[in-house]
Design a protein around this ligand. Sequence first.
Ligand SMILES: *[C@@H]1O[C@H](CO)[C@@H](O)[C@H](O)[C@H]1NC(C)=O
Ligand SMILES: *[C@@H]1O[C@H](CO)[C@@H](O)[C@H](O)[C@H]1NC(C)=O
Ligand SMILES: *[C@@H]1O[C@H](CO)[C@@H](O)[C@H](O)[C@H]1NC(C)=O
Ligand SMILES: *[C@@H]1O[C@H](CO)[C@@H](O)[C@H](O)[C@H]1NC(C)=O
Length: 280
Amino acid sequence: MILNTAFIFLCILITNGVFCVEDEVKSVSVMEGESVSLNTDVQVQRDLLILWTFGPQITRIAEIIKRDQMNYIFVSNDGIFRDRLQMDNETGSLTIRNTRSEHTGLYELTVTSSRKTLKRFNVTVYAPLPIPVISSTSSNCSSSSSCSLLCSAVNVGHVTLSWFKGSSLLSSISVSDLSISLSLPLEVEYQDKNTYSCVLNNPIRNQTKHLTANGLCHTCEEQSQRSYTIPVVVGVLLLVVMIAVFGGIVFWYIKNRRQAPQSGKNAMKKMTVYSSVVMS
Ligand SMILES: *[C@@H]1O[C@H](CO)[C@@H](O)[C@H](O)[C@H]1NC(C)=O
Ligand SMILES: *[C@@H]1O[C@H](CO)[C@@H](O)[C@H](O)[C@H]1NC(C)=O
Ligand SMILES: *[C@@H]1O[C@H](CO)[C@@H](O)[C@H](O)[C@H]1NC(C)=O
Ligand SMILES: *[C@@H]1O[C@H](CO)[C@@H](O)[C@H](O)[C@H]1NC(C)=O
């Protein structure tokens, strides 16, 4: 929870007393799910009225009336404030627990005692920040000296996406249209050993994704190697098949040539056997 604490009072005399309006609206920022306290800076004494209202409809959400024997306390348990509102009956300070985006808006506090005071709190509830994702744009992996990276994040509103080199800002982007997700490119040389980080931030928090020792550029290099690997493997396979086929042909040829003289020799043997028989 972050509170802007500057305040100035403007008081005017009205017929039945003094009416003071706090000139500045206090800005209060909180992350969704967290609690936020709106402080009255008063002590509840006798004869005092505290009224909390919310939003453009000026809906009454909490009230303390303390007058003579009367001690009335009201805290809304309806709609968006169900089970979330808590009021300190000593100070009238209001706490909203487990905040959601619907609790964003203007809260007005009216304190009436001897004078009437109006204070305004501009509460902003920020959506949780996703961790940005760094990817390599693979179609550019083959480019020899550098690799292209892209950092992206869902646009949850009031956010800026930035690339940092060490601690210096390189580039940033912010889009008000929530349907457009954020993405920011970065070109990194393969031999660049700087630490890069992609940061998604709103006015109060940030989520950082570090890119250390060109981790993704290595995968980019591997990808380009892999794209070389496929033709190489196919080529080697083709060569093996060709050698096998050629070897088979040569083997078959040699075998046949060897068989041809052998049958000739046999014939000659037969012939000599035959001739010897004839001679005897
Ligand atoms: C506040 O409420 C507590 C009980 O919840 C009670 O004891 C106390 O007297 C109250 N204080 C005032 C100022 O109303
Ligand atoms: C409340 O805060 C938001 C964002 O900080 C701003 O846009 C808006 O104008 C403020 N409203 C008032 C009434 O100050
Ligand atoms: C590849 O890089 C060039 C500049 O180096 C850029 O113009 C192009 O858009 C990139 N392509 C992709 C798919 O990122
Ligand atoms: C992110 O937030 C941390 C604290 O949570 C802060 O130290 C750091 O400087 C912030 N980084 C940027 C880039 O805003």
